[in-house]
Structure formats: C-alpha cells, structure tokens
Write a protein that binds this ligand. Structure first.
Ligand code: HEC
Ligand code: HEC
Ligand code: HEC
Ligand code: HEC
Ligand code: HEC
Length: 247
C-alpha cells in the first residue's frame, strides 16, 4: 500500500496558523481588556469633525467661556451644541448675514465652508429651527442612564472633572470612562471636586498655598478643606440610590 505523505508546505501552515493566533489572539485579548476594563470605556474616542473647530483656540487662547456656546449647561440636562449662528457672530462675514456681523474673522477660509453653507440654510428658512453643522457626538451615555448637566454645574462640579482640559484640545476627545464606577467614585466622595459654582468653567482652577481661595471671609489653602466647605454650604448628600441614575 502506498504511503501518503503530506507535502512539505503543509508544515508551513502550522507556523502561519501559530503566527495568526499570536497576532489575533493578542488583538482579541486587547479588545476584551478594553471592553470590560472600567477605565477603558470609550476613552480616547475622537471622531473627525466636519469643521476642525479648535477648543484650544476658542476656549484656551481667546478665553471664550464654555457657556457662550454651550449655553444650556446650567439650566438643562443637556449641554447644547451651538447652532451655526453662534459661529456666525464672528465668522459670518457680510456675504452671509448682511448688516448682522459683529466681527469678520476668516470670512473666506475653506475650513469654514460648512459653517457658511449652514448659515445660508438658516437664512433661507428664517424663523424656523436654527441650523447647525453636522457635528459628530463625542460622548454618548447608554439610554438606560439618566444624566443631568445642571445638577452638577449648580453644585460646583467643574467641566474639567468629567471632560478634562478641553481648553487645551485641538479636537475634543473623551478622557474619562463615564462608567458606573467613575460616577460612583465621585458621588461617594465629591469633596476633591467641589468648588464655587460660579467658577466651574475655569478649567485651570486650583486651591493651594500659592492660590488661596477666600469665601465668606474664610481663607482656604487646600482643596480638601475648600471642597468640604462647599459640600456643607451646598448641602451635598453623598448617599445615592440606584434610582438617582436609573429611573
Ligand atoms: C466657540 C464655541 C465653543 C466654546 C467657547 C466652547 N465649545 Fe465646546 N463645543 C463647541 C462645538 C461646535 C462642539 C462640537 C464639535 C466638537 O466636538 O468639537 C463642541 C463640543 C464640546 C464637547 C464634546 C461634546 C460631545 O459631542 O460629546 C465638550 C465636552 C465641550 N465642547 C466642552 C467645552 C468646554 C468645557 C468649554 C469651555 C472650556 C467649551 N466646550 C467651549 C463649541 C464651543
Ligand atoms: C467670538 C468670536 C468667535 C466665535 C463666536 C467663533 N470663532 Fe472661530 N475663530 C475666531 C478667531 C479670532 C479665529 C482666528 C484666530 C487666529 O488664528 O488668529 C478663529 C478661527 C477659527 C477657525 C480656523 C480658520 C482657519 O482658516 O484657520 C475655525 C475652523 C473656526 N474658528 C471655527 C469656528 C466655529 C465652528 C465656531 C462656532 C462653533 C466659531 N469658530 C466661533 C473667533 C471666533
Ligand atoms: C459630572 C460629569 C460632567 C460634568 C461636570 C460636565 N459634563 Fe458634559 N457630559 C457629561 C456626560 C456623561 C455627557 C454625555 C451625555 C449623554 O450622552 O447623554 C456629556 C456631554 C456633554 C456635551 C455633549 C452634549 C450633551 O449634552 O450630550 C457637551 C457639549 C458637554 N458635555 C459640555 C460640558 C460643559 C461645557 C461642562 C461644564 C460647564 C460640562 N459638560 C460638565 C458629563 C459631564
Ligand atoms: C466629579 C464628581 C461627579 C461625577 C464624576 C459625577 N457626579 Fe453626578 N453629582 C455630583 C454631585 C456633587 C451631585 C449633587 C448631589 C447633591 O445635590 O446632593 C450630583 C448629582 C447627580 C444627579 C442628580 C441627582 C438629583 O437628585 O437630582 C444625577 C442624576 C447624577 N449626578 C448622575 C451622574 C452620572 C450618571 C454620572 C456619571 C456619568 C455622574 N453623575 C458623575 C458629582 C458627580
Ligand atoms: C451615579 C450614577 C449611577 C448610580 C447611582 C448607579 N448607576 Fe448603574 N450605571 C451607571 C452608568 C453610567 C452605567 C453605564 C456604564 C457603561 O456605559 O459602561 C451604569 C450601568 C449599570 C448596569 C448595566 C451593566 C453595566 O455595568 O454596564 C447595571 C445592571 C446597573 N448600572 C445597576 C445599578 C444598580 C443596581 C445600582 C444601585 C446599587 C446602580 N446601577 C447605581 C450609573 C449609575
């Protein structure tokens, strides 16, 4: 009986398979790690936006307050993304909003073409809903979680605690996990994050010997004492139930 011999190249399949297992095994282990690790949820998510809008320039260099554009954070659950009319205050140019321009910055910039198109659309449908550039969402909570911006802003929790140094970002990316653990860590111990609610949009804010804070005639040199003071003053209750966030 003739013996069947596998041709020599079959040996190579084994090694190719082994290499693939190593490469893709690492890949899947990585995916799994990021999928289940509480600090890895969506961190770094940074979609390409239709207009390369820079927070570093507008909020950092030009020192525009967050609320100039996100003007509902204090009063609503949602932090509104600005309509194009807000950009038009500076970038509209006479070509687009005759007689209504406050300043003309880069009226011909090709980067701002989607802004001008959107302003034209808004002008055509005067009076109806304001038009906006098709910005892509960066942060997105699952629908079964209830979140509310004003509840935090009015309680002295700064944007920086959840969004990081947006004023230094060319493109916004998610820097905190927004996992349940992330929310609960602060709810159980908010003191390190609390401050005067009127200062929540100052992302550079800190309390130290060099930067003391004076409230109601009292001087504070550490965040621990300063935060504890605001916790008491605002009557913040660290006891949360599931229904605070799942209702
Ligand atoms: C001149 C207007 C303007 C100012 C001022 C501004 N923003 Fe924005 N912001 C935008 C626009 C437009 C977007 C949507 C495009 C993007 O994500 O970059 C945005 C997006 C964001 C997002 C991501 C939203 C998402 O999709 O999840 C965060 C977070 C944010 N801004 C925080 C801030 C903070 C904090 C400040 C103050 C330090 C600030 N912004 C100041 C216009 C502004
Ligand atoms: C208060 C005025 C003001 C508002 C409002 C404003 N910007 Fe600007 N923007 C500026 C200034 C000033 C510069 C230019 C800074 C420089 O480089 O000298 C600029 C630059 C830019 C640039 C760079 C353009 C280029 O060709 O380099 C883009 C893109 C831009 N802004 C987008 C936006 C968008 C989108 C909005 C609305 C969400 C907006 N801006 C709102 C003042 C403003
Ligand atoms: C306690 C954490 C926290 C603080 C403080 C906070 N944010 Fe947010 N922000 C979030 C979360 C969570 C989302 C995603 C909400 C969603 O998907 O429903 C979000 C989303 C946003 C968005 C996208 C629009 C929206 O509402 O989904 C903008 C813009 C924004 N934040 C701006 C700000 C600004 C400006 C401040 C400070 C004035 C701020 N945030 C403070 C947690 C926070
Ligand atoms: C950096 C601190 C911090 C983080 C992070 C944080 N919170 Fe809060 N949250 C607070 C404080 C402080 C309050 C006010 C509590 C009070 O008034 O007693 C609050 C209040 C709330 C409220 C309103 C409660 C009420 O009774 O009206 C909701 C809802 C909420 N948080 C959900 C969330 C969710 C969901 C997350 C995670 C995405 C989150 N929070 C992350 C500090 C934080
Ligand atoms: C401060 C807000 C907050 C409180 C309080 C809270 N949760 Fe959550 N919970 C969240 C957030 C945010 C997520 C979404 C996490 C994500 O997207 O990974 C979540 C997700 C979940 C999930 C889905 C599984 C998962 O981990 O993604 C379950 C189940 C859950 N929570 C149960 C509870 C129970 C039970 C309690 C009370 C003991 C509770 N939660 C209290 C914020 C909260």
């Amino acid at each position: 009986m003739q013996e069947f011999n596998f041709p020599n190249w079959v040996n190579r399949i084994f090694y190719v398979g082994l290499a693939a297992a190593v490469v893709f095994g690492g890949y899947f282990a990585n995916m799994l790690f990021f999928a289940i690790h509480p600090d890895g949820v969506n961190v770094g998510h940074k979609p390409r936006q239709p207009v390369p809008f820079s927070h570093q320039l507008h909020a950092g260099v030009l020192k525009m307050d967050c609320r100039y554009c996100h003007n509902t954070v204090e009063v609503a659950g949602h932090a509104a993304i600005p309509p194009t009319a807000t950009c038009g205050n500076c970038h509209g140019g006479n070509r687009v909003v005759p007689g209504r321009t406050l300043a003309v910055v880069f009226p011909e910039s090709p980067l701002l073409e989607p802004v001008r198109t959107s302003l034209e659309v808004a002008n055509e449908k005067k009076g109806s809903a304001p038009d906006s550039v098709d910005w892509i969402k960066v942060h997105d909570m699952p629908d079964f979680v209830y979140f509310n911006h004003s509840a935090h802003i009015n309680r002295g929790v700064s944007c920086v605690s959840c969004h990081g140094r947006v004023d230094q970002m060319l493109e916004v990316s998610q820097v905190k996990s927004l996992s349940m653990k992330f929310c609960l860590d602060c709810h159980r111990n908010p003191t390190p994050h609390l401050r005067d609610p009127s200062l929540v949009t100052d992302l550079e804010f800190k309390v130290s010997k060099e930067h003391p804070q004076v409230v109601d005639g009292q001087r504070f040199e550490t965040q621990e004492e300063y935060g504890a003071y605001w916790k008491k003053k605002l009557g913040i209750d660290p006891n949360v139930s599931c229904s605070t966030c799942h209702r």
